[in-house]
Design a protein around this ligand. Structure first.
Ligand SMILES: *[C@@H]1O[C@H](CO)[C@@H](O)[C@H](O)[C@H]1NC(C)=O
Ligand SMILES: *[C@@H]1O[C@H](CO)[C@@H](O)[C@H](O)[C@H]1NC(C)=O
Ligand SMILES: *[C@@H]1O[C@H](CO)[C@@H](O)[C@H](O)[C@H]1NC(C)=O
Ligand SMILES: *[C@@H]1O[C@H](CO)[C@@H](O)[C@H](O)[C@H]1NC(C)=O
Ligand SMILES: *[C@@H]1O[C@H](CO)[C@@H](O)[C@H](O)[C@H]1NC(C)=O
Ligand SMILES: *[C@@H]1O[C@H](CO)[C@@H](O)[C@H](O)[C@H]1NC(C)=O
Ligand SMILES: *[C@@H]1O[C@H](CO)[C@@H](O)[C@H](O)[C@H]1NC(C)=O
Ligand SMILES: *[C@@H]1O[C@H](CO)[C@@H](O)[C@H](O)[C@H]1NC(C)=O
Ligand SMILES: *[C@@H]1O[C@H](CO)[C@@H](O)[C@H](O)[C@H]1NC(C)=O
Length: 429
């Protein structure tokens, strides 16, 4: 996921693979029964704890909660919680455990991946980084670690170290982590782009089966697919894009699952990353509205120089971890759309706000003609569509960025119900 902190919005050896996988997925539960070992997860952003406290988390609706972020630092011997309220993490872990929820920490993030490349560059560094991660997990009594390297073999944020060998070094690191007595018992996940990581030739890896053996699952970050960096408005988190015009096929849950499974990631090791937020755009009403003046136009152009301010978690200026300052992110959390008058507290569209639901991406848009602000986001309907997709395609579950973005569990309840998690044995896998 993108770290809103920074951009402003934004294995085991192969021989043991089967037994390792069995630890998290009882062999009698994977095929055909979606409820038993499914993942109902979210990331908890430590820097939003003042507004969304540990008490605000609906612990009973989650199997896993992932505290974010432990960032990489110049030394391979450490990671840092300096942006994420280090004092809160022990409370997070004990509260998770009291509720039968697995407590994880995500390392990296958009703004925290600067040194992954050097952390895994050599065997010595990989050995040291395995110790860093396992010591960290033991210090905080964690059940697992999510590696959110954005992105191996790809620049990500401007000041990241990057090498053409990143993906193969990453795999070697994960295998070393799994070979470690502590690491072998951790839940190890990776948060990934919608296409497999880049290999040494700059193309997406075509065979990730060794990663699949090393990891419990991947969280495919199917959001920020469109945003303020694009030429037109588009869906933040499209479920589908094969039905869109060719120029608008920038990726989706459907394309991501196709790409990862084609490269050898079993569908039941794919958790769909879903967004409790949307991106805003300044769109003139002549571009926003169809000629009848009512329906919203698809993929309209927007004025990038007039990026709207998002909700109360956004700011007029944001300085990222590379020291680059930019304007507002324009991110509206789901609660922020209610706060901002786009939606009513029950999640339905406010009077005077134009609305459309794109049937291809299966995501909604709202538009305020008075302020020229259009937001591409997710609501109960789009979360239900994603939940159906998870169930129908035997995915492992969902992970929401971020827990605190929802309002009254409108999104969480919707995806859980559609994915068949409502009567599951959460927190018990
Ligand atoms: C599934 O497997 C678990 C552990 O292996 C076992 O305790 C349980 O009885 C099994 N359930 C069924 C329905 O076979
Ligand atoms: C999954 O398991 C639950 C609990 O054992 C059972 O009630 C349900 O019918 C099963 N679903 C399928 C699709 O097999
Ligand atoms: C969090 O919980 C507190 C105390 O119950 C409540 O006052 C507050 O409104 C909640 N905040 C959110 C964002 O749910
Ligand atoms: C890692 O950083 C923490 C916080 O700054 C510090 O207390 C700890 O001593 C460091 N550990 C190592 C191994 O450098
Ligand atoms: C190994 O890690 C150290 C930091 O602890 C770093 O200075 C060094 O450059 C890394 N090695 C490589 C080859 O990246
Ligand atoms: C990548 O790894 C190969 C084999 O270990 C090595 O020869 C090459 O120098 C490395 N390339 C970079 C950019 O580090
Ligand atoms: C993928 O890689 C694994 C591990 O190296 C290998 O066993 C398998 O044959 C490869 N699959 C394909 C389709 O090349
Ligand atoms: C995606 O769109 C294609 C048409 O291009 C359709 O066949 C497929 O069912 C859609 N998938 C989902 C999950 O909506
Ligand atoms: C949602 O709230 C609005 C405003 O209070 C109300 O008009 C509408 O009927 C509500 N919709 C549902 C489905 O309850």
């Amino acid at each position: 996921m993108l770290s809103f902190l920074s951009l402003g919005f934004l294995a085991i050896p192969a021989a043991h693979a089967t037994s390792h996988y069995a630890r998290d997925a009882p062999s009698n539960s994977t095929a055909g029964n979606a409820t038993v070992d499914m993942v109902s997860a979210a990331w908890y952003a430590g820097w939003h704890a003042q507004d969304f406290a540990l008490n605000n988390v609906s612990w009973d609706k989650y199997t896993h909660l992932t505290y974010s972020f432990a960032t990489t630092v110049p030394s391979v011997n450490n990671v840092s919680l300096s942006g994420s309220d280090a004092e809160l993490l022990p409370q997070f872990v004990s509260m998770a455990h009291q509720n039968g929820v697995k407590a994880m920490v995500s390392t990296g993030g958009w703004g925290g991946s600067q040194y992954f490349s050097s952390d895994v560059a050599t065997q010595d560094n990989r050995t040291a980084f395995v110790k860093t991660i396992t010591d960290f997990a033991q210090t905080y009594n964690l059940d697992g670690i999510d590696i959110d390297w954005e992105y191996p073999g790809n620049q990500g944020i401007g000041c990241n170290l990057v090498s053409s060998n990143d993906s193969s070094n990453f795999l070697a690191f994960l295998q070393a982590l799994r070979a470690d007595p502590v690491g072998s018992k951790l839940i190890i996940t990776a948060s990934t782009p919608i296409t497999p990581w880049k290999g040494a030739d700059g193309n997406s890896l075509t065979n990730v089966s060794s990663f699949a053996q090393a990891l419990d699952w991947i969280n495919v970050m199917n959001y920020d697919v469109w945003g303020s960096w694009d030429k037109t408005v588009g869906p933040n988190a499209p479920l589908n894009d094969t039905c869109a015009a060719p120029a608008d096929q920038q990726g989706s849950a459907v394309s991501a699952v196709a790409a990862w499974t084609a490269a050898g990631m079993p569908s039941h090791q794919i958790v769909l990353g879903v967004a409790s937020y949307g991106h805003s755009f300044h769109v003139d009403s002549t571009d926003a509205l169809d000629c009848d003046g009512e329906a919203l136009a698809s993929y309209p152009t927007f004025d990038a120089n007039e990026q709207p301010l998002g909700d109360a978690w956004d700011s007029e200026t944001n300085t990222d971890s590379c020291g680059v300052t930019s304007g507002p992110s324009g991110v509206f959390d789901f609660w922020g759309l209610i706060d901002g008058g786009f939606l009513y507290p029950n999640g339905s569209v406010s009077e005077g706000i134009a609305y459309s639901y794109d049937e291809c991406s299966q995501t909604p848009y709202v538009y305020n003609q008075c302020t020229s602000v259009m937001v591409s986001f997710d609501n109960a309907e789009s979360f239900a569509a994603k939940g159906d997709y998870i169930k129908n395609n035997n995915l492992r579950g969902f992970a929401m960025w971020e827990a605190g973005g929802d309002y009254d569990d409108i999104l969480l309840d919707s995806i859980r119900q559609a994915a068949g998690l409502e009567d599951g044995d959460d927190g018990d896998c």
